[in-house]
Design a protein around this ligand. Structure first.
Ligand code: NAP
Length: 249
């Protein structure tokens, strides 16, 4: 008896952190994974460890060329699952950060997400899933992470609209909001943050995959503490939120 064809997933930002945890878990669950990032060595070492059916695709998603290359792959590759995970956060007072760096962050965190979502949803079939990685900062304007938190508010609003547009044709769009997650770029250690508030990438991915099985909600917040944080951010007056989050600065 021949095995059924593998389902196919494309994961952006798969060479590190949450994206790498997605790639590993999806491969273990039987998906053929196409892993996207800039660093070819890290991507190849990931896919070599996963096995022969998995692919590395090197692209810089903060550039129009990189977005176009991955968009073509999404259009032509017949993926069942797209994980729009790649994202960066530049911190600091707004005018201390070069505007070119803010623009690159917006291209990666927003433009690439929109372009790849478009490429995916245009050919998606019932049962397919688009998962966009946002953040609990989508619910909270964050002083010194002003552009980053605004990009995540964009991703959340965009993804929730798409959830509604596509649910009746059986295509599930889900907005994943991790809170503080310990990754190479954002270890969240030594920042006076209690360990109990920081999740691992694997915990975030487990929360996402539970949501994919249930297919109920447009937004999934990873972990109970992060759910409470997001609820408080939505309930409190904006001025209070800014006073609390900006109190260190
Ligand atoms: N960690 C947290 O606390 C946290 C909390 C909430 C939300 N998030 C969100 O979760 C997602 C993943 O975060 P993470 O902490 O796992 O990040 P990470 O460990 O820094 O990994 C980022 C991944 O994105 C890739 N990447 C970065 N710039 C890219 C570009 N221009 N083009 C293509 N790929 C690029 C990186 O690989 P290369 O460098 O090789 O390109 C890497 O694979 C992001 O969207 C982030 O905003 C993270």
């Amino acid at each position: 008896m021949t095995a059924p064809p593998r389902r196919r997933a494309l994961v952006t930002g798969a060479s590190e952190g949450i994206g790498r945890a997605f790639a590993r878990r999806l491969a273990a669950d039987g998906y053929a994974v196409t892993a996207v990032a800039r660093n070819e060595d890290r991507l190849r070492s990931l896919t070599a460890g996963l096995g022969p059916v998995h692919r590395a695709l090197v692209a810089d998603l903060a550039t129009p060329e990189g977005i176009e290359r991955v968009g073509r792959e999404v259009e032509q590759g017949r993926f069942h699952l797209l994980v729009n995970n790649a994202g960066t956060a530049t911190s600091g007072p707004f005018t201390d950060v070069p505007v070119a760096s803010a623009a690159a962050m917006m291209r990666l965190n927003c433009d690439a997400v929109v372009a790849l979502a478009h490429a995916f949803l245009a050919g998606a079939r019932a049962g397919d899933v688009l998962l966009n990685v946002s953040s609990t900062l989508a619910f909270a304007p964050m002083p010194n992470l002003s552009v980053y938190s605004a990009t995540k508010a964009f991703v959340t609003s965009f993804s929730e609209s798409l959830w509604h547009e596509h649910k009746d044709r059986g295509v599930y769009v889900v907005n994943l909001c991790p809170g503080m997650t310990s990754t190479a770029s954002q270890p969240h250690t030594g920042e006076g943050v209690p360990e109990a508030l920081v999740q691992t990438p694997e915990q975030v991915v487990a929360a996402a995959l539970t949501a994919l099985r249930q297919r109920r909600r447009p937004t999934v917040i990873s972990g109970r503490k992060n759910t409470l944080f997001a609820a408080a951010m939505r309930a409190l007056p904006r001025r209070t939120v800014l006073g609390v989050l900006g109190s260190d600065h």
